[in-house]
Design a protein around this ligand. Structure first.
Ligand code: SF4
Length: 717
């Protein structure tokens, strides 16, 4: 038996796994006792990874070879790799020559490895000449990026998992860590058990399993987070709980914020947030006066039309109270996906460049162009996720290359996404799973390797970089994502820059890593001291880890110096804004979406295992018992859930976790479970038939956490 150390491919906790195999088949998996993210523990999803790789399941679900669809609507046929790669390069080259580079869009995934991400980003921005390269991480954490940059000056979570053990107050907001980050949540439970004096505050419209741990639960109304944070600051100021010395020495912009929060009186905040006056005071006191306060937050803040404001105004509280830069203190965003962080690091988004550089900065563009050996990097902003599919639906983007993600299920406003996929002239889907709904729209399917077969690196929520390693050979004829990208890039170079040396000389993931590493020199995430050899010998490492340093930094800003022009963190004086789509008479319920404990994204992997349906077996829309009674509904009744964009049919279920007028559907269920129609009668599926593509103007992250809906009993024939 062979044992291979790697990383779990599900959530951003980034647990280490030991893959057991016979060299050709994966036979088992267990937690890596030496990995600092999990110390040997695994949640249900991680502990069943090997079962999802069983040959019987792979035969039914994996895309085993490249395929081409000769005509839309027909079944795809197998082609050779050479034919597939030639076709990709020929069609993309044709579209670039005919319509310009911005007629191409690449849509990537937080589940790609850092090395994959690096190549795709270089291919789009350095070779094709478009910044239209974005990722499903846009749906996951782009508001956290913009919140950090606006206030702290850099996209760098300042805390680490160990801070859970040092905190005296945990402020968990917009995060059901019990389901979405289970192994981190076990660490939180253990910390609370060891230190019962630690106060846990949970802020969430839904009383989740995470809220069961709370000393104080704040069931705020959806979309009122900024109102709450300003209200807490108002109380802290009134009670003298802010840290004047920290504010004076290490921050700027406090006067503007102080003037703004004057109007956020406890009475007004309590009324708009739907919270008790006393609870606001209690939360403010615990947050401000504890010896160390750590905030943990996730999609409840990020997936919002005010996502940046929610992140930034929470960080305001840490700056105003000096709760940052010490063990157990700081604002700590949790990433949903296993390598959303790595994607940010290589600049794999429409507005970013390598090593946390900004596309809008001409100096940064020149640095990256010099590094890549190209004349320039285009300055025109690229299309972010929603904008990219809108541009394809409008006929502006003609070629879509979708890698390791399933927008035909996961993007909001599915009617728009379907129009985009149907209108684009050429759709390439690079995927490990033939069962992903987006495959149905592909002109060309490129079979990709996945967990257990790939080599590279990932970065977890706490800035810790780990190796992903291959335990077995690729399934079928599948190839590695970086390899496919390099092979298409080399063919495109023959058309777009003939006769010049290749920009893509890579033959191993390590050679890509080495170039990425060099790109970080002198940047906030400098990893010039981190090599594959060091990851091999010393295990996972935090960034930054500069050349000559023995280890990376677990905590940032301990010296109170921030990466801004004057070295000071900036307060964000941003007012509260209502939801993009508030409830109204025709749509009187607030629908929110969320995760189940034992499922992952669109279930292409977890949905293959019967045992992972033991926790929740089928989809349902959950309603408060009072709403059930008022509408004459009982558990199991079928209802239409209808938004302005479409309607789905789903069983209803009573849940005291929800407040009246709120509704909840887990985001995982796709076409096999939830069918529906849009307003034109066209077929749609899943909860994203209902959600809105309204998004935060700064982070461009869509408001997946809220849509106004109507819920009516289905009158079935
Ligand atoms: Fe995998 Fe996340 Fe579970 Fe860890 S907590 S085993 S990373 S799904």
């Amino acid at each position: 038996m062979k044992e291979t150390r790697s990383t779990c491919p599900y959530c951003g906790v980034g647990c280490g796994v030991i893959i057991e195999s016979d060299g050709t088949q994966i036979t088992g998996v267990r937690g890596d006792p030496d990995h600092p993210a999990n110390f040997g523990k695994l949640c249900t999803k991680g502990a069943t990874l090997h079962l999802t790789a069983a040959p019987g399941i792979a035969r039914q679900t994996r895309l085993l070879r490249p395929m081409r669809r000769l005509q839309r609507g027909l079944a795809p046929v197998a082609v050779t790799w050479d034919a597939a790669l030639d076709l990709a390069a020929t069609e993309i080259g044709r579209i670039v020559r005919t319509h310009g580079p911005d007629a191409v869009g690449l849509y990537l995934s937080g589940q790609l490895l850092t090395e994959d991400y690096y190549i795709f980003n270089k291919l789009a921005k350095g070779l094709i000449g478009t910044n239209n390269v974005d990722t499903n991480s846009r749906l996951c954490m782009s508001s956290a990026v913009s919140g950090y940059k606006l206030t702290l000056g850099a996209d760098a979570p300042p805390a680490c998992y160990d801070d859970v053990n040092h905190a005296q107050c945990l402020f968990i907001v917009g995060s059901n860590a019990a389901y979405a980050h289970p192994i981190l949540f076990r660490r939180i439970e253990a910390a609370k058990q060891q230190n019962p004096a630690m106060k846990v505050i949970v802020v969430d419209p839904r009383r989740t399993d995470t809220a069961e741990l709370a000393d104080l639960y704040l069931p705020l109304q959806p979309g009122t987070d900024v109102m709450l944070f300003h209200g807490l600051l108002h109380i802290m100021l009134w009670e003298g709980w802010t840290d004047a010395a920290y504010i004076a020495a290490h921050t700027s912009g406090f006067h503007e914020l102080k003037a703004l929060v004057r109007d956020y009186t406890p009475e007004r905040v309590a009324q708009i947030c739907g919270l008790k006056h006393d609870d606001l005071f209690q939360a403010a006191q615990w947050f401000a006066t504890s010896a160390a306060t750590l905030s943990l937050y996730c999609q409840g803040l990020n997936q919002s039309s005010s996502g940046t404001a929610k992140n930034a105004t929470l960080i305001n509280l840490h700056l105003a109270t000096g709760q940052i830069g010490r063990p157990g203190a700081g604002p700590f965003s949790l990433t949903g996906q296993p390598n959303a962080m790595g994607g940010r690091e290589v600049g794999g988004m429409a507005n970013l460049l390598s090593a946390h550089r900004d596309l809008a900065n001409p100096v940064h563009r020149a640095e990256v162009a010099a590094l890549w050996g190209v004349p320039d990097v285009p300055s025109k902003p690229g299309k972010t996720a929603v904008e990219m599919f809108q541009a394809a639906a409008d006929g502006e983007i003609k070629a879509l290359w979708i890698v390791c993600t399933n927008p035909a299920q996961s993007m909001p406003d599915q009617a728009l996404v379907r129009r985009a996929l149907q209108r684009a002239e050429f759709v390439v889907v690079q995927e490990a799973y033939a069962t992903a709904a987006t495959c149905d729209f592909a002109d060309l399917l490129l079979a990709a390797t996945t967990w257990g077969e790939k080599e590279g690196t990932v970065t977890n929520s706490e800035r810790r970089i780990s190796r992903a390693r291959a335990a077995v050979p690729p399934c079928g004829d599948a190839r590695h994502d970086w390899r496919i990208a390099v092979d298409v890039a080399r063919r495109l170079e023959g058309q777009l820059r003939p006769g010049q040396p290749s920009l893509f000389p890579y033959e191993t993931p390590e050679s890509i890593w080495n170039e990425h590493r060099e790109s970080t020199r002198g940047r906030d995430l400098d990893i010039t001291g981190l090599s594959y050899a060091m990851l091999e010998s010393a295990g996972p490492q935090f960034w930054p880890l500069r050349e000559g340093e023995p280890t990376g930094k677990a905590r940032l800003y301990e010296d109170g110096v921030f990466p801004t022009a004057d070295g000071k963190a900036r307060f964000a004086a941003l007012p509260w804004k209502p939801l993009a789509e508030p409830r109204e008479a025709r749509f009187p319920f607030s629908l929110t979406t969320g995760r189940l404990r034992d499922q992952w994204h669109g279930m292409t992997r977890t949905g293959t295992l019967g045992r992972l349906f033991g926790h929740v077996a089928e989809p349902a829309v959950q309603l408060n018992p009072q709403d059930m009674e008022r509408r004459g509904l009982k558990d199991g009744d079928l209802v239409y859930v209808t938004s302005k964009r479409g309607s789905i049919v789903v069983p209803v279920q009573s849940s005291a976790a929800l407040q009246p007028t709120q509704a909840y559907i887990a985001m995982h269920w796709g076409a096999e479970y939830l069918s529906g129609r849009n307003n034109k009668g066209e077929p749609l599926a899943g909860v994203n038939a209902l959600t809105t593509s309204a998004h935060c103007p700064t982070s461009k992250q869509p408001e997946l956490k809220h849509a106004a809906v109507q819920i009516l009993k289905a009158e079935l024939p």
